[in-house]
Design a protein. Structure first.
Ligand SMILES: Cc1ncc(COP(=O)(O)O)c(C=O)c1O
Ligand SMILES: Cc1ncc(COP(=O)(O)O)c(C=O)c1O
Lengths: 376, 380
């Protein structure tokens, strides 16, 4: 069984599971309690927050633990919109964001916000000029993802950050869920105000994640209550979840450093051997993130291929898991200007540091067998 | 010295069997339930089974359960979500002065957004008066939110009667059952409940998980947007292993609830008896005829909460002044103030003890002895 769907979710690292287990068993106190059980839990939470801050090169008070990427994105977008609507009601995003960004923006439209959905070129990228041209006096937020989850295209975050910084009235939010641990992003250098990451995409647990909120940024909370997480995020803290998330963060950063070119090598191998087939066109840009390869098998139904590959023990996906219930057509590929034949026959392979070159080779062989045996 | 945990209303230890059920899911069934391949389908099956078990535990249908990141999120989703989805029917909400902050602060938010909120008072017994509820209702009332069991006192509200009262009214009935779930039998249909909040970490399940029951046909708006998960009412990749652990916690309580309630009652009787034998003067807050046996709130005249808690802590007794969520600080309890008035000394000399999985008979005896000697010592 070879799992090549790591952008949908990843297998938790053994150490992450162990840390979850250990903390659940030993530190069950509520961090808000004033007795020993509570203060022990609180001390551990503080330590986890400090470690997360060190790993991301930010300050501990800029870390808000969340239940995942969807919550982080909603908290950032709705939070900025509601807290700063008196400054303006315009938000800039792109056509290729994750549904948790797009749908949060659509919901804001019904409340009178104006949203600009920037187009992308055939490499799946927005241009810095388009971003700058879209900014108005009313703009309070730019929300642009780092790495796209279907294509792996990498947006010019640093350059956009430079532009955004010229307009002190607006905030810059980055959905870094797919980039974390794969493509470097310096939050400070990129002048990011808010940044979303999620645990289960980096071999952490589902239901964990964090939102980076730059110091002095005010946000309207999604939930009201006990005032945990400095009032940004009420609710009893998932301590074991937070600690295990930070463990995953450390391990993925280490893996990234010790396997510098590995994913790129695997990806190139796949790209070359898949491209050799006549029916295949590669959709991912050459300079994209190293762990994602999106391609179309023209004329084939993606679901049929996925199931045929599954029988051979390979697990890949069509597009993002979250939109798997829609028809075959990918809105992301359509936004890149690819025709219907291409955008309705897309497959995505997504890798992790634990994959090997042999797995890439056997996958390619299996893929060619499948193409030769299933009907168009 | 052994530490004794008497703060199960703040949070509970995770049950070893819950962890045992979660680990294999983390190791093997790690797929995304939205994925169409086998890894996804297996994860989806785990969710389906858990949803079914949890739905049945309150007499609901599996389509009526929305998993959330905890009680706070579920309370916010219930109150804010129903307020916005039903603005065409009115903008009035009724709740009580003794709710958890997850409800009270969500209600304050709604007030700022132009909704009208009625906060029902409670009598000295800690219960609301049904006539007052009845007269608070208007044609504009869309939701009535009354907690099932109060987290500071253990007092049970007349849920069945409220459900009956509301049967003829357009308003939805939401109850925050975070402290009731696991100790009281709940059948949402018999009790006339439309929306119900529960939280996993209060019943020996994992933290960061809860659910909102939303009766079929009840309209609520989502607080978050994104994928198709939880019928779009709560998007985000599902916490599959956590949900499996939650299921296990629910099964354990289904099997042992009666027994547990009796054990807690035994603990409580023993605890109070020792205080009496030791000659401690104390009085119990609320009316024990309408209270759960796992939570008791005791006033110790002539003492002060802060010095009691500090001394208890030094003596290895973990208790609390009320809601743990009044993060880190010991503030006068809004619940006791509602019951006895702001200036009543009970608001500043009362301690909550709550029993559960971490306790056995010997612990309770030992704890009561330590408590008695501290109370004697610190009394002015
Ligand atoms: C780019 C991107 N943003 C956000 C999310 C949502 O994260 P989560 O599944 O943790 O809610 C995902 C994954 O589904 C994603 O790929
Ligand atoms: C009555 C009540 N409601 C809601 C909550 C909040 O639940 P959670 O801690 O899961 O967010 C709590 C506990 O803190 C509670 O006791």
């Amino acid at each position: 069984m070879i799992y090549l769907d790591n952008s949908a979710t990843t297998k938790p690292f053994t150490e992450v599971i162990e840390s979850f287990q250990k903390v659940s068993e030993r530190f069950y106190g509520n961090p808000s309690s004033v007795h020993q059980f509570g203060t022990d839990a609180e001390a551990l939470l503080r330590k986890a927050r400090e470690q997360a801050a060190t790993l991301l090169d930010v300050s501990p008070e800029e870390i808000i633990f969340t239940s995942g990427g969807t919550e982080g994105n909603n908290m950032a977008i709705k939070g900025i919109a509601f807290a700063h609507q008196n400054r303006g009601k315009h938000i800039i995003t792109t056509q290729i964001e994750h549904p948790s960004v797009l749908d949060a923006c659509k919901a804001l439209e019904t409340l009178g916000f104006k949203i600009t959905y920037l187009p992308v070129n055939n490499m799946g990228c927005v241009t810095v000029e388009d971003v700058e041209n879209a900014i108005t006096d009313e703009t309070i937020l730019i929300s642009i993802m780092h790495v796209n989850n279907e294509l792996g295209s990498v947006q010019p975050i640093e350059e956009i950050g430079d532009i955004a910084a010229k307009y002190p009235k607006l905030f810059f939010h980055v959905d870094h869920v797919q980039g974390l641990g794969k493509v470097d992003l310096d939050f400070k250098k990129s002048k990011i105000d808010l940044c979303t990451v999620s645990g289960h995409k980096i071999h952490g647990l589902k239901g964990t994640g964090l939102l980076y909120v730059k110091r002095a940024t005010t946000l309207f909370p999604l939930f009201h209550g006990g005032g945990q997480e400095r009032g940004f995020r009420s609710g009893t803290e998932n301590l074991a979840g937070a600690v295990s998330f930070v463990k995953a963060l450390r391990l993925i950063k280490e893996a990234q450093i010790s396997n510098k070119m590995k994913l790129k090598t695997l990806n190139d191998k796949l790209r070359n051997c898949l491209e050799a087939g006549e029916e295949v066109v590669i959709n991912s840009p050459v300079n994209g993130a190293p762990h994602i390869l999106n391609f179309s098998a023209l004329g084939y139904k993606p679901e049929v291929l996925i199931h045929a590959l599954e029988e051979k023990g390979f697990y890949i996906s069509t597009k993002s898991a979250c939109s798997s219930k829609d028809a075959d057509e990918s809105a992301i590929l359509t936004a890149c200007g690819f025709g219907f034949d291409r955008s309705s026959s897309a497959l995505r392979i997504s890798l992790t540091y634990e994959n090997s070159i042999d797995e890439m080779i056997t996958f390619c062989e299996a893929f060619h067998d499948v193409i030769n045996s299933v009907l168009k | 010295m052994k530490s004794i945990y008497l703060d199960h209303a703040a949070t509970t230890p995770i049950h070893p069997e819950v962890i045992n059920d979660m680990v294999p899911v983390l190791e093997e069934t790690f797929g995304n339930p939205s994925s169409i391949h086998q890894y996804g389908r297996k994860a989806r099956q785990i969710l389906d089974v858990a949803r079914d078990v949890i739905a049945k535990s309150i007499g609901a249908n599996e389509k009526e359960i929305i998993f959330t990141s905890g009680g706070t999120e579920a309370d916010n989703l219930a109150l804010i979500g129903s307020a916005y989805a039903n603005m065409d029917k009115g903008k009035h909400i009724v709740t009580t002065m003794i709710e958890h902050h997850a409800i009270l602060h969500a209600a304050e938010f709604l007030e700022k957004q132009g909704f009208t909120i009625t906060y029902l008072p409670v009598n000295e017994n800690g219960r609301i008066n049904l006539d007052e509820l009845s007269s608070a209702l208007t044609d504009e009332t869309t939701t009535v939110s009354v907690m099932h069991v109060n987290n500071e006192t253990g007092m049970v509200q007349p849920i069945k009667e409220i459900g009956e009262l509301l049967r003829e009214h357009q308003a939805y009935f939401h109850t925050d059952a975070v402290q009731a779930y696991g100790v009281l039998p709940i059948d949402v249909n018999k009790l006339g409940i439309d929306l119900l909040t529960a939280s996993s970490h209060k019943i020996n399940g994992p933290k960061g998980l809860g659910f909102l029951y939303v009766k079929d046909g009840v309209r609520i708006d989502a607080l978050q947007y994104g994928g198709e998960q939880e019928r779009k009412r709560r998007p985000g990749t599902e916490n599959v292993a956590g949900i499996k652990g939650f299921q296990r916690a629910v099964e354990l309580l289904n099997n042992t609830r009666e027994e547990k309630v009796q054990t807690h009652q035994m603990f409580l009787d023993l605890f109070l008896k020792i205080l009496e034998t030791e000659g401690i003067s104390f009085s119990i807050n609320g009316d024990r005829d309408h209270a759960v046996s796992s939570i008791i709130n005791i006033s110790f005249p002539g003492t002060n909460v802060e010095s009691l808690l500090t001394n208890f802590d030094l003596a290895g007794i973990a208790a609390s002044s009320g809601s743990a969520c009044t993060a880190g600080s010991v503030e006068p309890s809004h619940v006791l103030s509602a019951m006895y008035g702001d200036s009543n000394e009970r608001t500043t000399n009362s301690i909550r003890f709550s029993f559960g999985l971490a306790n056995n008979r010997e612990d309770i005896e030992e704890a009561a002895m330590r408590v008695a000697s501290i109370v004697q010592r610190v009394k002015r």
